[in-house]
Design a protein around this ligand. Structure first.
Ligand SMILES: C[S@@+](CC[C@H](N)C(=O)[O-])C[C@H]1O[C@@H](n2cnc3c(N)ncnc32)[C@H](O)[C@@H]1O
Length: 273
């Protein structure tokens, strides 16, 4: 199985620089301006190895404490052990971990939060998870910055007539039911946006795009392989066509000719008044 289908620390490390380039600085600066003078407490949901903390901490005031939530204890351990970023005044930040399923998140778990964040999370959540997350944020009255949720829109260059068949199958795969969990895929972000709006919160969104090309050939190759593997797993009828499609696209990657724009959306939600 390719990296895109499973959450491994290698895959998270490979995508981290592109994630950092893609996330909306505008929304990050907007939320930074909403925060009280320190100390601040940030809860990062689905933290993985801590990529969001490394990107956002230097944009926020201190003193900062980060609480990293994930159900994969191995990934959070790496986040806690990794070199920490500093806050925007170059002061050290502190971090600790909470291991558990976000479906069980309650407002009490976010008590005292200044900000709740997530990155590359909403598309892998279920309806139950998203309701728990939004309810907890709303009850705790903490602004939420949820970055890099996939929208399902991919544009490869040069175009090929098979692109849309693979895109369609990949998007269906994103919503697969695994071990009784029905992931929301590209509907994760709009559903979360709707839940915050229904709660009377303001929401701003920004389109954020991975622009993959010869500058990050390993990421482009891994992403492409995972994208096609997932599509074929979802629709085995694509298997025969996938052989030639893979050869064509991999040779384009070898020559530095392939580009892939993978659209995401960042959401910022905060209570009115
Ligand atoms: C695609 S990774 C993103 C990790 C990190 N935010 C980043 O940007 O590198 C999604 C993360 O969410 C975690 N996750 C997914 N569903 C979860 C759930 N229901 N409860 C807790 N963690 C979850 C996974 O273990 C994984 O670390």
């Amino acid at each position: 199985m390719s990296g895109i289908l499973k959450v491994s620390s290698d895959w998270l490390a490979l995508r981290e620089p592109e994630d950092a380039d893609a996330r909306s600085l505008d929304l990050a600066r907007t939320v930074a301006a909403m925060l009280p003078d320190g100390p601040i407490v940030v809860h990062d949901l689905g933290s993985g190895t801590g990529s969001m903390m490394r990107w956002l901490a230097p944009l926020l005031p201190g003193p900062q404490t980060w609480i990293l939530h994930d159900w994969n204890a191995g990934l959070i351990e790496r986040a806690i052990d990794a070199t920490r970023p500093t806050d925007r005044d170059n002061a050290a930040i502190s971090a600790r971990s909470e291991t558990g399923n976000l479906a069980d998140l309650r407002a009490a778990d976010l008590a005292g939060a200044s900000l709740v964040t997530a990155s590359a999370l909403l598309d892998v959540l279920t309806s139950r998870d998203t309701h728990a997350v939004v309810n907890a944020c709303v009850e705790a009255r903490s602004p939420a910055l949820f970055t890099l949720s996939v929208t399902g829109e991919v544009r490869l260059g040069p175009r090929d007539e098979l692109d849309s068949a693979f895109e369609h199958a990949f998007n269906a795969h994103q919503q697969r039911n695994t071990d009784g969990r029905q992931q929301l895929g590209r509907y994760g972000a709009p559903i979360v946006q709707g839940l915050f709006t229904q709660a009377g919160w303001k929401v701003r969104q920004s389109t954020t795009v991975w622009r993959l090309d010869h500058r990050r050939p390993r990421l482009l190759r891994e992403w492409f392989r995972g994208w096609v593997d997932a599509a074929v797993e979802q629709d085995p009828g694509l298997r025969a066509a996938a052989t030639g499609y893979r050869q064509l696209r991999e040779s384009q990657i070898d020559r530095g000719e392939l580009t892939a724009h993978v659209r995401h959306v960042d959401l910022l939600a905060w209570p009115r008044g």
